[in-house]
Design a protein around this ligand. Structure first.
Ligand code: ZN
Length: 181
């Protein structure tokens, strides 16, 4: 199982997390599931921030009625559906943002959906975007350090990391991301 993150979704995740930084963002992952050979993939086409999410310093309260409206809306779109959701974890005082899901996060996960956690911190130094051994993806922009970690949950309600594939971010190679001039 792999989570493919498109360029579009990549920016959606980063911008959503930056917008409300020091608070947590929440949103839906829109895309589809695909099979490449024996490998099953979640193709994340869009990361759609939830404007009606109630934001607190720790944790986000989603709006189930708005969620259902979006599900119905997407029900009429061929090939696109909600395949999971995302939210950010932010720095808390001097504590770096966690990349693991909280117990509440795991309790809200459903099998056959994918969940992305965007950990966002103040940037201390420039770090090129790269994959980590645990399957996550991390790097810096001008002001922030990010780590994207994907999870699924099995029937026993245990969260498992899913490797992220984001050729777009890695295409920046050994250079940190900068705004295009
Ligand atoms: Zn969380």
């Amino acid at each position: 199982m792999t989570a493919y993150v498109s360029q579009n979704a990549f920016w959606g995740l980063l911008i959503s997390a930056v917008e409300v930084y020091k608070r947590e963002c929440f949103g839906l992952l829109i895309g589809y599931r695909d099979r490449r050979g024996s490998e099953e993939m979640f193709i994340v086409e869009h990361a759609l921030p939830f404007q009606s999410a109630g934001r607190r310093l720790r944790g986000v309260v989603s709006n189930p009625r708005a969620h259902r409206r979006i599900q119905r809306f997407l029900g009429n779109m061929p090939h696109l559906s909600v395949i999971g959701d995302f939210h950010s974890h932010t720095m808390w005082g001097y504590n770096r943002a966690a990349s693991r899901p909280s117990e509440t996060d795991v309790a809200g996960m459903h099998p056959d959906q994918v969940y992305l956690i965007v950990s966002i911190n103040d940037r201390l130094r420039e770090v090129p975007w790269s994959y980590n051994d645990d399957g996550s993806l991390s790097g810096t922009t001008d002001d922030h350090y990010f780590r994207l970690t994907a999870y699924t949950v099995n029937g026993a309600a245990e969260a498992r990391r899913v490797p992220i594939l984001c050729p777009y971010a890695i295409g920046f190679d050994a250079r940190p991301l900068r705004a295009a001039l």
